[in-house]
Design a protein around this ligand. Sequence first.
Ligand code: GLY
Length: 581
Amino acid sequence: MDRRVFLHESARNLAAAGLIFGTPATFASATNSTTLARQQCETTAGGTKFAVATVHELATNAARDMFRVGGNAVDAAVAASFMLSVVDGHNSGIGGGCFALIRDPSGRFYAIDGREEAGAAATKDMFLKNGQPQPEWSQTGPLAPGVPGQVAALENMATRFGRLSWRSLLEPAIQTAQNGFVMGRLANVIRANAKDLGRFASSKRVLFPGDELPTATTRLHQPDLAQTLQLIANEGAAAFYHGPIAQAIAEYLGAEGGILTVNDFANYQVKQREPLVSHYRGRQVIGFPPPSSGGIHVAQMLGMLECFDLRALWRRDPILVYHLWLEVMQRAMADRAHWLGDADHARVPLGLLDPAYLLQRAGDIQLGRTSKVAGHGLPPGVESQFFGDKHTTHLTAADQEGWVVAITQTVNTSFGCKMIAPGTGIVLNNEMDDFSIAPGVANAFGLVGTEANAIAPGKRPLSSMSPTIVLDGAGRPVLTCGAAGGPRIITCTLQTICRVLDFDQSIQEALDSPRVHHQWRPSEAVVEERMDPASIAGLQTLGHEVRRIEASATAQGISWSADGRLEAAADSRAGGVAFVE
Ligand code: GLY
């Protein structure tokens, strides 16, 4: 590889000081890393048996209880996931979808794709009126949902890998839906979305108890949801896809002008994907392949960063690292906008992960100032340039046997399409908005796309969800993480990996630290307010157009120390809860 591409005027001194490396080894063979030392992680709340982190105390408790009655991390994660449907329904739930990345005790990985899917009647132009894009249709109302994949994915992982009964995994969620819980932060989210939720009588009936806007102390009872979960507990996912639940959802959406049918539900299949393996400084990074864009772009960004001695740069001046993060984010996100889509329907070039391509892509990064990223790159194997805090949640669990589970699940933006199917309690997703509804038209996250992510029947919308597991050179887990926050998931995952691996931060410190985000379009560096003013000013001096926001992404993670102790961390931004024993 040509080391000279990094020797820009502004970077020359740093290169001379040994702060820039020449070549990314990102996608070198897995075996070349076995001699490298394992990264130490601080443990502040270490345990050896079990760890879990979710965004809600009741979900963490459900997971802990499954472990204590003999379940493994998969049982724990499934119980936590169902509980989140009840207590955190604005973020994720059985009316949405997920990606689950699982490691078994033998070291084998499974990527379970429970992403929502467009119905058979979906068309490329379904969100256009007289040629004009109608983003409000893809975000709110009966055309916005795809066929939910959550229940099918949870059943798939529980029956293949869990050891407790299916019914017992749903029991805590059923009890909580029936008996109610104190809303806390959820009440704020309902109030913030009251106008759109209020358009749908069935949503109002569930979420505005006594026809009033709730407060933090309001108790939420969801008897319909309890009944739905009980049916799923008794009859399995078949009740959802082939029985009365599919019928109720399809009838409701159809009556309101939607297009999903019972056949769309009956045809839904969980897809087993090949996990995406890349390398970063001697570790293996296991990510989720398309229709997630997260795995590819986290790997791309790490590949570009591997050219730089991040640890030395961090010690010298953290602003340089924030700057580099923002630079690689722009390049990866420009590629995302052009090349990424459901690989079962669109041609996603493998060359996006080619080390030489990444070296070339990073070649114009300057340490002394921002560079303009005009657009996507041209990865090898592509003949032509053209062929043809919002919401979600991440939960994670690991156990002493070696199971590691990382699930990112979502209904897309808060309360999805804002519709609760009457009699079911199910919050329906608005994942159709994750498609590119027209070239260059921004979705709810400001993301743009092209043909690769256009709507087609049976296609799954591109996602940013990035459940990730990192192994040391010997194949032992050192870190698992993932996040909520649309495209900020990808950039948050990158920063979490770098902070733990490159800067030796504990997982909690890594999650609590300030984050930056760049998604190429709009062309702005999004910076959390918790970042110190001097660093923000430093980024501005380097040429970044800074926009300050309160919080970027919400992550959960688990790390392993060199002696195998577990540390779990929940993001302080969302008041999540971690537990270790
Ligand atoms: N719905 C957000 C995502 O999947 O990226």
